[in-house]
Design a protein around this ligand. Structure first.
Ligand SMILES: [Zn+2]
Length: 473
C-alpha cells in the first residue's frame, strides 16, 4: 500500500481556524513591537524542542555509537538565502521568521542520536542467515504546516493514514533514529522512498535527503516519492513531468528511483486513479529514462493491460510494482512476459486483518503480542501465498516491509520483528532462490541488469564507474 502523508488534508482542514488565530497573534506581536520576545521563543535550540534521545541512560558509554548529523552543505545556505533576497544584507544575514522555523525543522530532522550497540541476534538454523535488503521503506516527511503553527505539541500528533500517531521527521522521529533501527535490525540496504512535495517545502525536503545520502550512501537506495496533492479530490498520485524535472535538477544524480507512486484511487476522497499509460505518466517516462531511474508503482484495480502496454513500450526502463490489486495469476502472467519488471512482496500478515490493522497503526505493544502469538501461522500463510510464485520467478521478486506512516513503525522492536518474519519465511524457500529474494535481485536491479537475460540496461552507477576508470587512466 502507499503510505503517503495525509498531512495536507488533515492539517489544512482541522487547523484552518487555529492557523488564522495564530496568524492574527503573530501579527499582533509584531505590531506591538514585541519581536524580541517572539524571536527568543523561535530560536530555541532543536535539542530543547525535540528532546527525544534514545532511552539509553543505563547503557555503558563504550557501547554507544553516535549516529552523526549530516554536514551542512552549500545548498542549504542557498535555499535559506533565497527567501531572504528582500533583506539583502551582505554579512550576518538575519534569518526571517519563516527561515528560522524551516532551518529548525531541517536541523531537528538531522539531529544526532545515541545509538547503543546491541548483540547480534541469533536465529534458529532453519532461518535464512544472509544479507537482507528492504526494498519498500517509507521515510517520513518533515512537518509541512505553516511556520506560524510550529509550536504544535508533539503529543498531539496528527493521525496517520491507517491510524496511530503519524511519523513526522524531526518532530516525533529523527533520521538518525531510523538509521539506528536499520543498523541494529540488520537490513543492509533499503530502497527508501523520500517524500518531496510540491511547493517551497520541496527545497527543504531535498536538502535533507541530499545530506542524508552524503552521510549514508550505502544504507539507502534513494527514490523520489513525489505525490501531487494526492489527498485532495483534484490532486494526482504524482506531480507532473515539469515539476518532477525541477525537483530532480536540484541535486542531479541524487535519486536512483522514482516512487513509490500509488496509481490506485485514494481512499477517503483523495485523488482518482492514474492509469500507467495516462498522459501524465507518459510524459514522465522519458525523464525516468534520462536519469536512469527505477520506477516503483502500486497499481490500481484493472491496471494490468495498461501496465503491460507500458512495460513493452519501455523495455529499457526497470519497473517494480506491488499491491494486491492484481491476482497472483495476473502477477505471474506479467512476470512471465516482461524481463524488465519485478514484483515486491511485503504482505506478511498471514491473511490476518487484525495484525495488518495493528501493524499499520494503533499499538506497538498489541502488534508485537499478536505477532509473537501467531508467528508460525503468519510464516506458514506467507509460504502458502508466495513460495510458489517466488520459486517460479526467482529473478523477479523482492522482499520488502512497506514500513511507514505510524511513528512506531520505525521502532527497533518492530524492525526486528519484520526481519525475524522475513528470515523465518525465506528459510522455508528453496535454498537456490533464498539469496535472490533476500537481496541479490535488489542489488542486480540497481546495477541496471535485465532480470532474466543479465543484459546491462542504462544505469548511472555503471556510467559513474566507467567515468572513474577513464579519469584514473
Ligand atoms: Zn508502500
Amino acid at each position: 500500500m502507499l503510505l503517503s502523508s495525509l498531512i495536507y488534508k488533515f492539517y489544512h482542514i482541522k487547523h484552518i481556524m487555529r492557523n488564522l488565530l495564530l496568524l492574527f497573534l503573530v501579527f499582533f506581536v509584531f505590531v506591538s513591537g514585541c519581536t524580541q520576545q517572539a524571536e527568543q521563543k523561535i530560536l530555541k535550540s532543536p535539542t530543547e524542542e525535540f528532546p527525544q534521545e534514545q532511552s539509553s541512560s543505563n547503557v555503558l558509554e563504550s557501547e554507544i555509537s553516535i549516529i552523526k548529523a549530516p554536514e551542512v552543505n552549500d545548498a542549504s545556505s542557498e535555499s535559506l538565502s533565497e527567501d531572504n533576497s528582500e533583506n539583502n544584507q551582505p554579512e550576518e544575514v538575519e534569518l526571517t521568521f519563516k527561515q528560522v522555523v524551516w532551518k529548525k525543522r531541517i536541523d531537528a530532522a538531522l539531529n544526532a542520536t545515541l545509538c547503543a550497540d546491541i548483540p547480534k541476534p541469533s536465529y534458529p538454523s532453519s532461518y535464512y542467515q544472509g544479507p537482507l535488503t528492504d526494498t519498500h521503506l517509507h521515510i517520513p516527511s518533515i512537518p509541512d504546516w505553516s511556520p506560524e503553527e510550529d509550536d504544535f505539541p508533539t503529543d498531539q500528533a496528527p493521525e496517520g493514514r491507517f491510524g496511530g500517531p503519524q511519523a513526522l521527521l524531526g518532530w516525533n522521529v529523527k533520521m538518525s533514529e531510523i538509521i539506528c533501527t536499520l543498523e541494529r535490525e540488520g537490513t543492509h540496504d533499503n530502497f527508501a522512498f523520500f517524500p518531496v512535495y510540491e511547493g517551497k517545502i520541496s527545497t527543504y525536503q531535498l536538502e535533507i535527503w541530499n545530506r542524508t545520502m552524503q552521510q549514508y550512501p550505502d544504507l539507502f537506495t534513494p527514490f523520489i516519492m513525489s505525490p501531487g496533492n494526492d489527498n485532495e479530490p483534484d490532486g494526482f498520485p504524482t506531480v507532473d513531468a515539469e515539476t518532477l524535472e525541477d525537483m530532480l535538477a536540484v541535486y542531479p544524480g541524487l535519486f536512483e528511483g522514482y516512487g513509490e507512486i500509488g496509481l490506485y484511487e485514494r481512499e477517503n476522497g483523495g485523488s482518482p486513479e492514474l492509469p500507467p499509460d495516462s498522459p501524465r505518466l507518459q510524459a514522465i517516462y522519458p525523464l525516468v529514462r534520462q536519469d536512469y531511474l527505477v520506477v516503483y508503482f502500486h497499481l490500481g484495480h484493472g491496471h494490468k493491460e495498461k501496465f503491460e502496454k507500458i512495460l513493452s513500450q519501455n523495455p529499457d526502463i526497470t519497473f517494480i510494482w506491488h499491491g494486491d490489486q492484481l491476482s497472483v495469476e495476473e502477477v505471474e502472467d506479467i512476470l512471465s512476459k516482461y524481463p524488465n519488471v519485478y514484483y515486491g512482496i511485503d504482505e506478511f500478515f498471514g491473511g490476518e486483518r487484525e495484525i495488518f490493522e495493528r501493524y499499520v497503526g494503533k499499538s506497538k505493544k498489541e502488534y508485537l503480542e499478536t505477532m509473537n502469538n501467531k508467528f508460525d501461522i503468519v510464516v506458514d500463510r506467507g509460504v502458502k501465498d508466495w513460495k510458489s510464485l517466488i520459486e517460479q520467478y526467482p529473478d523477479q521478486v523482492l522482499w520488502g516491509t512497506d514500513r511507514g506512516d505510524a511513528v512506531w513503525n520505525y521502532d527497533l522492536e518492530v524492525g526486528q520483528m519484520q526481519v525475524k518474519i522475513a528470515r523465518a519465511f525465506i528459510g522455508k524457500l528453496d535454498p537456490a532462490v533464498q539469496e535472490k529474494f533476500a537481496y541479490k535481485n535488489a542489488e542486480r536491479l540497481i546495477r541496471g541488469e535485465d532480470a532474466t537475460s543479465g543484459n546491462i540496461q542504462g544505469d548511472k552507477s555503471l556510467i559513474k564507474s566507467s567515468n572513474e576508470l577513464q579519469s584514473n587512466q
